[in-house]
Design a protein around this ligand. Structure first.
Ligand code: NAI
Ligand code: MG
Length: 500
């Protein structure tokens, strides 16, 4: 750890790591009421390199109360939309100014390559904060001409207003810790909500630095609170809290359902971004080399720990061998290493648990008769590495084809015709994303409406834009984030009818 840390981390990151980490509640940096702490592990070495408070129900109570107070009184509710816009822009500038430090912390905490953390994660966060800043001044209602039968002689006037939903509880995962924080926090701050954010226990660090920069930007105390803690304690307490108006969750479908049920009991508004098993569909006209490179990016980006990962690769049988060969060559050539090393192409998985889970899936594939065209084993060393893996000779009912693996593992399968591939692509409980690789416009357009997924990419994969709504069909979740759609998720609509 020290060796590559000493080699690659900046003074700012060293300073951040040298201090005792606390949580942010009501503008104060505090320890957990229970006094317990969580060890933060460097997945590239398995060693502990930081600690954070293990917040639990009592800490969530305090944070929700702070958020409630900030929502109802003080400077925040009086702020004009243009003030919220300006604050969010200032916040974005501070993230940009500290981009390298945030990327380094993210790389150490999650294991992801630092270059990706800097130019994907942090870059997207800055853009998204600026995009949402613009929405603060563009939240609109409508006016309606109303007709009411028994009030013919009265003049009536109807309009709608959108009001901030209130206190938002956000529970986020470890695969894009800072970006997922921004996806929840930015719409809340743009619309005038206040928030309690619970980062994943595996990757709590960038959320703390993010919150510190929010204070520096000038957000009033209590507007953004961060409680670090475990899912079954802090997470469950937040999801089921009677003092919040909305819960925003990203994570597994299993926990998403628990969160959804807890929320409905209190009639808390809820949005869920859950798992996926996204198909990558290569048509027979596609250039095999481009398709192989695209398929590699679709599954190996972020070590495959992406909800939209292209984990099922359907290749027309006439191109199957060429694409699999190209993809396997790319997989075998990727450089594994610590995320903090700028030359690393594939980092470790986030945790020992995740490494075991992914290796367990690969072994189940072998036991059921699949074969590895590349990878199939752990990487060397103490870190939680898994080699980029391409599985072939699968059947559609195998676990590796049906379940979300959430690692650098793709199953490659041949198909005959478009109806068949559409049916097999949809033969999954999930519906988050899909990609189609072809320049045959007519066939691409025929396929798009058949695919049951929240996002369909053509000749690209894992491309997100702030203006495009993002979310899932089926077991991949409820609701859409990003774009205009996210404003509806963080506001309530109020209808006003006036008799003049
Ligand atoms: P998880 O769903 O347990 O964790 C996500 C978040 O939920 C974390 O902040 C966690 O602390 C919290 N949480 C856990 N239990 C909770 C509870 N009872 N109440 C409220 N919050 C709770 O995901 P986990 O266990 O880290 O990963 C398991 C699998 O989930 C992965 O292998 C992957 O398949 C999937 N996953 C999908 C993600 C996505 O982006 N769609 C992200 C992370 C995991
Ligand atoms: Mg879990």
């Amino acid at each position: 750890m020290e060796r590559y840390q000493g080699q690659f981390i900046s003074d700012a990151t060293r300073q951040f790591l040298s201090r005792s980490q606390r949580m942010l509640i009501g503008g104060e940096w505090v320890d957990a009421v229970g006094g317990e702490r969580i060890e933060v592990i460097d997945p590239a070495s398995g060693r502990t390199f930081a600690q954070v408070p293990a917040g639990a129900a009592a800490d969530i109570d305090r944070a929700v109360m702070a958020a409630r107070n900030a929502f109802e009184a003080g400077a925040w509710p009086k702020m004009r939309p243009v003030d919220r816009e300006r604050l969010l822009l200032r916040f974005a500038d501070l993230i940009e100014a500290n981009a390298q430090e945030l990327a380094e912390i993210e790389a150490l905490d999650n294991g992801k390559p630092v270059t990706m953390a800097r130019h994907v994660d942090v870059a997207l966060v800055v853009d998204f904060l600026r995009y949402m800043a613009g929405w603060a001044t563009k939240i609109e209602g409508s006016t309606m001409d109303v007709s009411v039968p028994l009030m013919r002689d009265r003049e009536l006037f109807g309009f709608t207003r959108r009001e901030p939903v209130g206190v938002v509880g956000a529970i986020i995962p470890w695969n894009f810790p800072l970006l997922m924080a921004a996806w929840k926090v930015a719409p809340a701050l743009a619309t005038g909500c206040t928030m309690v954010l619970k980062p994943a226990e595996e990757t709590p660090l960038t959320a703390l630095r993010f919150a510190e920069l929010a204070l520096e930007a000038g957000y009033p105390a209590g507007v953004l609170n961060v409680v670090t803690g475990h899912g079954h304690t802090a997470g469950a307490a937040l999801a089921g809290h009677k003092g919040i108006e909305k819960v925003a969750f990203t994570g597994s479908t299993e926990i998403g359902k628990l969160v959804g049920k807890a929320a409905i009991d209190n009639m808390t508004r809820v949005s869920l971004e859950l798992g996926g098993k996204s198909p990558v569909i290569v048509l027979d006209d596609a250039d095999p080399a481009k398709a192989a490179a695209g398929a590699a990016q679709a599954i190996f980006f972020n070590q495959g720990q992406v909800c939209t990962a292209g984990s099922r690769l359907f290749i027309h049988k006439s191109r199957f061998d060429e694409v699999v060969e190209g993809l396997s060559g790319i997989a075998s050539g990727m450089k594994l290493g610590p995320g903090i090393d700028p030359s690393t192409q594939i980092g470790p998985l986030v945790s020992a648990i995740q490494q075991r889970r992914v290796l367990g899936y690969i072994e189940s594939g072998f036991a059921e008769g699949a074969r590895a065209a590349a990878g199939g084993v752990a990487g060397e060393g103490d870190g939680y590495f898994v080699k980029p893996t391409v599985l072939v000779d699968t059947r559609d009912n195998m676990k590796v084809v049906r379940e979300e693996i959430f690692g650098p593992v793709v199953v490659a399968m041949p198909y005959d015709d478009l109806d068949e591939v559409a049916r097999r692509a949809n033969d999954t409980p999930y519906g988050l994303a899909a990609s189609i690789w072809s320049n045959d416009l007519a066939r691409v357009h025929r396929l798009i409406p058949k695919i049951k997924a929240g996002t369909v990419w053509v000749n690209c994969h894992n491309i997100l834009d702030n203006a495009m709504p993002f979310g899932g069909y089926k077991q991949s979740g409820i609701g859409r984030e990003m774009g205009r759609a996210v404003i509806d998720m963080y506001t309530e609509s109020k209808s006003v009818i006036m008799a003049l």
